[in-house]
Structure formats: structure tokens, C-alpha cells
Design a protein around this ligand. Structure first.
Ligand code: T3D
Length: 264
């Protein structure tokens, strides 16, 4: 039997969800996406779960959408619309993370790229190992940050810095991410799993009423338009994906060369 793309484990009221495609830097395929949506649904309703941790197996958190799988979906007999793919996948993940009235913590080891980073940014808190590297990556394939990234990135990092990170797709390290407010704390890479578990256990002991209702209050005061924005973001991504740059960008990634984007 093949191993699950998402491993669930529970200890001391903390549910840990581990993306499990280490050979592909935990790039999201349909299996991870849908198993994650299911697991978040379980976490929302299971009273024994009081905090949730998302993490990646191997040397990274996630490299974002699996580009080979994505091309198969786009080039198949019935090509998938990008907007629909987002609405049935990443948008549901971001909405679930925001809806669960329990702390959801991203534990960032190594690389977090593309929509992998968006998923981390949709979480309540981010704890990074000192080996963490963050990159948007969307601009390299002619896309905009999606999965809520175009909302959460400017909110956390500020408008100008967010644009810079989105346009350049520059990789930033854990300390730069901390300085920009993209992560809450940085710990030695070797201690990341233990530190994240300990912090999640601490939050699991706080009044669930205080935790849940504070999250609801912050969602309403600051993220009131998040759901509507996810929908608009999906439309914008559909428009971006309709041009030639996506294909050129993905082709270049697979051929391990720089993309050559023509004038618009
Ligand atoms: O409709 C929709 O859903 C659209 C939504 C799109 C959302 C997105 O996330 S778009 C952005 C997608 N992600 C990227 O563009 C990132 C692509 N990856 C990279 O730029 C680099 O891999 C990293 C910067 C993340 C890491 O670089 P490095 O040098 O540490 O590792 P590597 O050698 O590039 O990758 C290791 C392996 O993972 C490699 O496979 P191989 O050659 O050993 O067999 C590589 O091809 C594979 N891999 C990495 N990222 C992806 C991937 N395979 C498929 N998809 C990936 N995203």
C-alpha cells in the first residue's frame, strides 16, 4: 500500500499534519490538497484536538503547487480551469484554517514556496527553523500569489515589501522573515519539531473559549473580506493563467533554465 500524502498524528491535544512528498519538496498534488481539507474538517469538529500544526516531511515545508501535476490537469482531455482548481482546493484550505476556532500553526523547515507559503501565511502563527527559506515563486511562472497570498502577504509584511517579494520571488531567510513579520519566532532547525509541539501544547491549555472567540474577533475585525477576496483572486489568477507566461515559466522550471517572457 502506498504511503499517505498527508500523515496525521495526535499527541497531548495537538494534531500534527505532515505533508509527505519529501522527494518533491512536498509540492501539493490533488492527494495532499484533499487529504488536508478532510483533516482540517476533522480538526474543526473534534473536541480532543485543541491545536493544529502543519509541517513538511524532509527538507522543506512545501514547494507549492506540483507543477507537473498541474500541467497534466491543464493539458488533459477536459482542461481544468485555474479558478475552479483554486476554489475547490487551496481556497477551501485557507477558509478552513481561518474558520477553525483553534490555533493553527505552520512549522517551517527549509523551503516554503508558492501556494505552500500561502497556506503557511493563512495559519494563525508561523514558527520557523533557522534553516527556513521563503519565496513566493509565482512571478517566475507568470502568476499572482494565490490561495490567499495576495491578501495575507501585504497584511503581514506591508504593501511595498509584499509587492517586492511577489514581483522578484526573492528567497528570504528565517531572520528576514521574522523582521518582516512573516514568522512569529525562529528556533534552531534541530529543535523545530519539539519547540512547535511545546508551543502548540501551551496554546492547547489556554481557555478554548478565549482562544476560539479571539480568533473569531480577529477574523471579523481584520479578515472580514477574506472569503470574498479569495474568489476575486481566483478570477485574477484565471486571467493571468490564460496568457503564454504560465506555460513558458513552467516549461523553464522543468528544463531547469531561466524563463524568457515576451512583451505583453
Ligand atoms: O490552479 C492552480 O492551483 C494554480 C496554483 C498555483 C500555485 C503555486 O504554488 S504556483 C508556484 C509553484 N511553485 C513553484 O513555482 C516553485 C518551484 N520550485 C522551485 O522553484 C524550487 O524547487 C525551490 C526554490 C522550491 C527549491 O529549490 P531547490 O534547489 O532546493 O530544490 P529543487 O532541486 O529545485 O527541487 C527538488 C525536487 O523537487 C526536484 O525534483 P527532481 O529533479 O529531484 O526529480 C524538483 O523538480 C521538485 N520540485 C520542486 N518544486 C516542485 C517540484 N516538482 C513539482 N512541482 C514543484 N512545485
Amino acid at each position: 500500500m502506498s504511503e499517505s500524502a498527508l500523515i496525521r498524528s495526535e499527541r497531548d491535544r495537538v494534531l500534527t499534519l505532515t505533508f509527505n512528498r519529501p522527494g518533491k519538496l512536498n509540492a501539493f498534488n490533488e492527494a495532499i490538497t484533499h487529504e488536508l481539507i478532510d483533516a482540517l474538517g476533522y480538526a474543526e469538529h473534534e473536541k480532543a484536538v485543541r491545536a493544529i500544526v502543519l509541517r513538511g516531511a524532509g527538507r522543506g515545508f512545501s514547494a507549492g503547487q506540483d507543477l507537473e501535476a498541474f500541467m497534466r490537469l491543464r493539458n488533459g482531455a477536459t482542461p481544468v480551469s485555474v479558478a475552479e482548481h483554486l476554489r475547490k482546493g487551496y481556497n477551501l484550505i485557507a477558509l478552513a484554517i481561518r474558520r477553525i476556532e483553534k490555533p493553527v500553526i505552520a512549522s517551517l523547515n527549509g523551503i516554503a514556496a508558492g501556494v505552500g507559503l500561502s497556506v503557511a501565511l493563512a495559519c494563525d502563527l508561523r514558527i520557523a527553523g533557522d534553516d527556513a527559506q521563503l519565496t513566493l515563486g509565482f512571478s517566475k511562472i507568470g502568476l499572482i500569489p494565490d490561495g490567499g497570498g495576495s491578501f495575507m502577504l501585504p497584511l503581514l509584511a506591508g504593501f511595498g515589501r509584499a509587492l517586492e517579494l511577489a514581483w522578484t520571488s526573492d528567497k528570504i531567510d528565517a531572520n528576514e522573515a521574522l523582521r518582516l513579520g512573516l514568522v512569529n519566532r525562529v528556533v534552531p532547525a534541530a529543535a523545530l519539531a519539539d519547540e512547535t509541539q511545546a508551543y502548540a501544547e501551551r496554546l492547547a491549555q489556554v481557555s478554548p473559549v478565549a482562544v476560539g472567540m479571539t480568533k473569531r474577533a480577529f477574523n471579523r475585525s481584520t479578515l472580514a473580506h477574506f472569503a470574498q477576496w479569495l474568489d476575486e483572486e481566483a478570477e485574477l489568477q484565471e486571467e493571468a493563467a490564460a496568457g503564454p507566461d504560465l506555460m513558458e515559466g513552467v516549461q523553464a522550471f522543468m528544463e531547469k533554465r531561466k524563463p524568457a517572457f515576451a512583451a505583453r
